[in-house]
Design a protein around this ligand. Structure first.
Ligand SMILES: [Zn+2]
Ligand SMILES: [Zn+2]
Length: 376
């Protein structure tokens, strides 16, 4: 079918134009996209920070929609089901999956980096026949998309799709870091460095876990205000206050958990420095290829640790519906991180806002009837 999509032709050059989408093959699902979130990783792809060869590509890896057709063998969803996208459609057969590390699925990682679906091929092309990559196996900055069946996770009824759109990247990544990696318990102290679209999900997850104090650090007072509404007990504006001194003053000896959600060597080092002895920092932020980080090795004597987290470090197929339930019951408000809403043509403006650090999340509405009316 012919449809409109946001195509990255080369670094810095994104055009909304007509592309061709082939029918779903066995095990795949055709989804009519309702809404999609614009994530910092999209900006990294657009700026060429994730390596060469990742274009031409239909962008978008965080979104939700409604199943329009299913390929042979797909039984977990039927036409008309609302689904959220998971960009790691774990195969359940590779060594990582068999070890329970579903977010590290080998074939999903290889094909995702290649811009292909799980069989190594693409359903997307330009009208002249040029093959297009599927952005992180999702390619949802488009009116329709074909994804691996395991990448279309059925959503509970009652959740507006413009909100559900955020589940598949920001919410999964932020909540997973707190629940699956940090395993934050009630009464433990938490510092969150960076309060963008993912960092604000870390704040919400830590608040639900009962963290105290829950210290949010950012350079934008507007984002810190959202963090406060999401349960941060203290906020630190790093443009006016030294976060090291402020956190150590609040919590002498350092915090039990520090989450880095920026992706820079300075903030990774800051996460390390905010830890109390025997605590572990979790790096959630995506750093451009080539960035290195250093910290004083003597601190290992204090039993301190630092580790990464990718896509929530859990089982996307199980975690995504569980997080959707939290939103349905009202324990998690998904709407408050949405600072901008636009149509597909607003994609470049949304990327530009991310580049300037302005606002938390832009949601692109592809189908306003399916997405529901965003209320800001
Ligand atoms: Zn993302
Ligand atoms: Zn696997």
């Amino acid at each position: 079918m012919r449809m409109r999509a946001a195509v990255l032709h080369e670094p810095g050059h994104v055009v909304v134009e007509e592309v061709e989408l082939d029918s779903p093959r066995a095990g795949e699902v055709l989804v009519k996209v309702a809404a999609a979130g614009v994530c910092h990783s999209d900006l990294h792809l657009v700026d060429g920070h994730l390596g060469d060869g990742r274009w031409p590509m239909v962008l978008g890896h965080e979104g939700a929609g409604v199943v329009e057709a299913v390929g042979e063998g797909v039984t977990h969803v039927v036409v008309g089901d609302p689904v959220g996208f998971s960009f790691v459609p774990s195969c359940r057969k590779c060594p990582a999956c068999l070890a329970g590390r579903f977010n590290m699925c080998g074939p999903a990682g290889t094909n995702g980096a290649k811009g292909a679906l799980m069989d190594g091929t693409s359903r997307l092309s330009l009208p002249d026949g040029t093959m297009l990559q599927h952005g992180l196996m999702t390619a949802c900055f488009a009116e329709h998309t074909v994804v691996d069946g395991r990448g279309a996770v059925k959503l509970p009824p009652g959740l507006p799709l413009w909100q559900a759109a955020l589940l598949g990247c920001g919410v999964m990544t932020g909540f997973g870091a707190v629940r699956n990696v940090g395993r934050v318990s009630a009464g433990e102290s938490v510092a969150v460095i960076g309060c963008g679209g993912v960092g604000l999900q870390v704040v919400a997850a830590a608040a639900l876990a009962g963290a105290w104090p829950l210290i949010a650090i950012d350079r934008d007072p507007a984002k810190l205000e959202i963090a406060r509404r999401r349960g941060a007990t203290h906020v630190i504006d790093a443009t006016t206050t030294d976060p090291r001194e402020a956190v150590l003053e609040l919590n002498a000896g350092g915090v039990d958990h520090a989450f880095e959600v920026v992706g820079s060597s300075e903030t990774m080092r800051l996460a390390w420095e905010l830890l109390r002895p025997a605590a572990t920092a979790v790096v959630v932020g995506l750093a451009p290829a080539g960035v290195e980080v250093s910290f004083p090795a003597i601190d290992f004597l204090a039993d301190k640790g630092i580790r990464g987290s990718y896509y929530g470090s859990g089982d996307p197929a199980a975690d995504l519906p569980a997080l959707a339930e939290l939103a349905v019951t009202g324990e998690l408000d998904l709407s408050d991180v949405v600072t901008h809403v636009s149509d597909l043509d607003g994609v470049n403006a949304a990327l530009e806002r991310l580049r300037r650090g302005e606002g938390a999340r832009t949601v692109l509405v592809l189908d306003s009837q399916l997405a529901g009316p965003p209320s800001l």
